[in-house]
Write a protein that binds this ligand. Sequence first.
Ligand code: FES
Length: 358
Amino acid sequence: MGLLDKLLGKSAHTVTARPSGVSFEVRANQSILEAALAQGIAFPHSCTVGTCGSCKCRLKSGRIREITNFGYVLSAAELQGDVILACQAAPKTDLELEVAGLASKRLHPAGDFTGRITAQDALTPDIRRVTLRLDRPLHFDAGQYVQLAVPEVFGARAYSLAIPPHADGCGEIALFIRHVPGGAFTDLLFDGRLDDVELRVHGPSGNFWLRESRAPMLCVAGGSGLAPLLSLLEDAAARDVGRPCVVLFGARTQADLYAQDAIAAVGERWNGAFSFVPVLSDEPASSDWAGARGLVTAHIAASFTAFTAPDAEAYLCGPPPMIDAAEPVLRELGIAAENTHCDRFLDGSHGLARQELG
Ligand code: FES
């Protein structure tokens, strides 16, 4: 705790995570998750706003204050079993928590930046590549996201970084943003009314980063979910990770396919087997499309069977129905739940945590 906090009578508490033994300080005005991320600790999380359940952990000792009611997200059994949401809990005492999946990896600490839009390039009829210049370089791990906000105009919207990280940080970042007609943020953005506006940028956040392994990897993206996977794949290609890789991308029609050149470039640089399977769900039967059709999840098994291995990993990014449909297929292929990493773009019914949908 800093001297100023002490003089002001503020208190900090120590949180110790088991079984990793990682411990960190949480200040009086912070949630457990916020403090962990500010200190670069890879605490499991996704939405950061109490809707996804990714930050669930068990309170082994100590007392907490609920910032918002856990009852909306946790089951009765979980509540009785002392499960809490780290993003919606503040310590009242020192705590001991049981946190499954807390990796030893150190993430770049999250912070507040300002940014201005410098370019908007159409990728599809409703998705743009939006470039922002930041007030200082952002350090992040490939696959993470940032939150954009203009206080008093609209609250935080989360978008994955669509570029690979750089050792010196990135003073310019790019995001893939889908227009949601009637959406407070994307209507302003697509109208060009945010082009001269200072945006508040917070990040990096998210646990969707590539785990160290030589095992085969399966990547599945839907819609604008290609952004974090492209970041992750470009970074992995540059680092020469040397793992067999299969990428599936689900879109509606040929007009909704984008970043195909970038993925082809990754495939050319990739050290090892690499295949890319675009799948279209609503392409007219009479069109010249000769590729895969239907739901992207229906093509996972046939695309990845040759690479199945006990330690194979899956990276999924897109809408929850796509991820929910993929999970049983992955289990059939022998890809363990702990080796499955998901970045769900939640919709309004889940509390509008990632992206903007209406
Ligand atoms: Fe806490 Fe989503 S990160 S509920």
